[in-house]
Design a protein around this ligand. Sequence first.
Ligand SMILES: Cc1cc2nc3c(=O)[nH]c(=O)nc-3n(C[C@H](O)[C@H](O)[C@H](O)COP(=O)(O)O)c2cc1C
Ligand SMILES: C=C(O[C@@H]1CC(C(=O)O)=C[C@@H](OP(=O)(O)O)[C@H]1O)C(=O)O
Length: 388
Amino acid sequence: MRYLTAGESHGKQLTTIVEGLPANLPISSEDINESLLRRQKGHGRGKRMQIEKDLVDIVGGIRHGYTLGSPIALVVHNDDFKHWIDVMGEDPVAEDQNIRRVVTRPRPGHADLNGAIKYGHRDMRNILERSSARETGARVAAGAVAKTLLKNLDIEIIGYVKEIAGIKAKEYEDMPMNERKDISEESAVRCLDPEASQKMMDAIDQAKKDGDSIGGVCEVYIEGLPAGLGSYVHYDRKLDGRIAGAVCSINAFKGVEFGIGFEAARKNGSQVHDEIAWNKEDGYYRKSNRLGGFEGGMTTGMPVVVKGVMKPIPTLYKPLQSVDIETKEVFNASIERSDSCAVPAAAVVMEHVVAFEVAKAITEQFPNDQFPKLKEAIDQYREEIRNF
Ligand SMILES: Cc1cc2nc3c(=O)[nH]c(=O)nc-3n(C[C@H](O)[C@H](O)[C@H](O)COP(=O)(O)O)c2cc1C
Ligand SMILES: C=C(O[C@@H]1CC(C(=O)O)=C[C@@H](OP(=O)(O)O)[C@H]1O)C(=O)O
């Protein structure tokens, strides 16, 4: 499986093409829309999310509710485009720099300056339109397709918020999947700990008042994966490595941890590794899950637990200093609108990019032309490894 996305933040639409799904997988636009709407929510989002109502238009690869085996093409329209037709439309551009909304002042923390240097653009709108996290809408659409495959294979995945601005949610190691889903959905910051949720919201409000922004930590939790997904034989087949790459590719994500993660550096081996056990009903399992469901680049069969850290949003109402690339004058960045915290939305993005990597690994490992045969193969494998 692979996917590509195209589209600018204030352009006409986002386009996603997903390839490599088996034929005859049931899938509906409601599945994708649910994911898209979840990504738009969350305390701390700015005015743009009040303009957009992300709904998918399936324009290829699905017929009468089932995949054809051909590439799936998905479109999400940008409702904000109507305000940007002069700037982003196809008509020949006006010479008036104000109409074109030319950007010569790079924003610290964004792709603006490095992108302009790399591609030789003197108008940094040519950079920022694509480097915007609006593109994560297209990635969530691809991930929603992957999630549908996982769901039909009895694999459940959820992303939620663990920490915002240093406020940490309690650990809920034994919380069942359904509760994780319900509670995170009810929380305005997508957090499993109601007490921490309230504090997180207050911190977001305070940051907004201060003209500042805050970051945090998201966690993705997956149940139902059989042992042995991924491989140890090559660097690029290690599933934990692929997931780490996918998580770090999300805008503003700066680090990844599996299980206890960086904490492992401060503990002895006896406090880190998970002892192996077996019983007739479950087959092999680990007595703990400190390594977050991975050994040797492969799943252990325990839940996968992966965290990603998001830096604070770089566009600040309290402006940071930068330099105009035409005049070389120092200026204080001014802004029209921005999120003050997008960690809750980013948890949904993370859920979907991780889902894609997992689905991809499954389609590489099992016969993948027809969904019923894939399901049969994976169910048989699950049975085999129980008695291995
Ligand atoms: C869901 C989401 C929403 C975001 N919203 C904003 C925003 O409103 N303003 C902003 O400056 N950055 C926002 N970002 C972060 C920037 O897109 C990101 O920091 C920037 O593209 C630079 O990339 P880097 O941080 O990965 O280096 C958002 C990120 C995500 C995942
Ligand atoms: C549009 C989305 O997020 C945008 C991501 C973003 C950025 O710089 O990354 C900046 C803001 O866009 P704008 O400049 O249009 O207000 C966010 O709203 C979205 O998530 O769909």
